[in-house]
Design a protein around this ligand. Structure first.
Ligand SMILES: Nc1nc2c(ncn2[C@@H]2O[C@H](COP(=O)(O)OP(=O)(O)O)[C@@H](O)[C@H]2O)c(=O)[nH]1
Ligand SMILES: [Mg+2]
Length: 237
């Protein structure tokens, strides 16, 4: 890339949907952690909220020059991540969750695991992964298992243990090639993203420590129709 030196080192997008009670501890943790590193970074909060969090994040932004607020108009975690990537200025583009489920030192492990790869993705499904305070219901775990085995492994042919972990880092030039092709925009967008990415880049799955939060926006009812889309995406229909 010709103007590579003008780019920041790292962009971190935090998709945020009514996160008034969770995002500030995450922003504090990430800014204080990255302020101590020799990394030029930005945190883009891709926010769609009705709980007043946007105004609070704007106030927060005034005190932290590395934080940017992006107003998102439509629901969908994936959509928020894509919009964040489009305005980002980093050589590496990444995302993480607003609830600090991947604490900064764990996120930073991904940053260190890019040598020889085009992406590093956090994983809760490997032998050396650790999940603290696991709150997910039996049905969500069952759904994730089916998603992982049937869709990820057999239909998409991806040999990835955990596609849904909320922490992922990509090389800018590669992920920007994938974005215009994306069709799935909600919480299971990761499968399509990794499938498309794996055709043009090497992915390193890295075991991390995940601190689960008992609150979740995830609803199977909102996701189930996307299974159909996953099939359409996979078979180009
Ligand atoms: N902008 C935006 N962010 C979302 C949406 N749905 C979920 N998120 C964010 O995606 C992240 C993961 O959501 P979370 O509720 O913690 O789900 P879980 O950890 O997968 O159970 C959080 O940062 C949410 O605020 C959405 O529709 N729009
Ligand atoms: Mg969460």
């Amino acid at each position: 890339m010709s103007n590579d030196r003008a780019l920041l080192d790292l962009s971190i997008v935090i998709p945020s949907y009514n996160e008034r009670n969770r995002i500030f501890k995450t922003l504090d943790a990430y800014t204080s952690f990255f302020d101590t590193k020799k990394i030029r970074y930005e945190i883009i909060v891709a926010d769609i909220s009705t709980d007043g969090s946007k105004e609070l994040i704007r106030k927060y932004q005034k005190k932290h020059k590395n934080v940017v607020v992006l107003d998102i108009k439509q629901r969908g975690k994936g959509l928020a991540v894509f919009e964040g990537f489009k305005i980002s200025k980093g050589k590496l583009l990444s995302f993480t969750d607003a609830d600090n489920a991947t604490p900064p030192p764990e996120f930073f492990k991904l940053y260190g695991e890019l040598e020889g790869f085009d992406a590093a993705i956090g994983s809760r499904g490997m032998r050396r992964s650790k999940v603290v305070n696991y709150h997910q219901s039996f049905f969500r775990r069952l759904g994730s298992f089916v998603l992982g085995v049937v869709f990820v492994y057999f239909i998409f042919g991806l040999h990835i243990h955990d596609t849904q972990c909320g922490a992922k880092i990509f090389r800018r030039e590669k992920i920007l090639k994938v974005l215009p092709k994306m069709r799935i925009t909600n919480s299971i967008f990761d499968i399509e993203l990794l499938w498309r990415f794996s055709k043009i880049g090497k992915i390193n799955e890295v075991p991390i420590k995940w601190v689960d939060d008992n609150f979740s926006h995830f609803r199977w009812s909102e996701t189930i129709s996307e299974f159909f889309w996953l099939l359409r995406v996979r078979f180009g229909l």
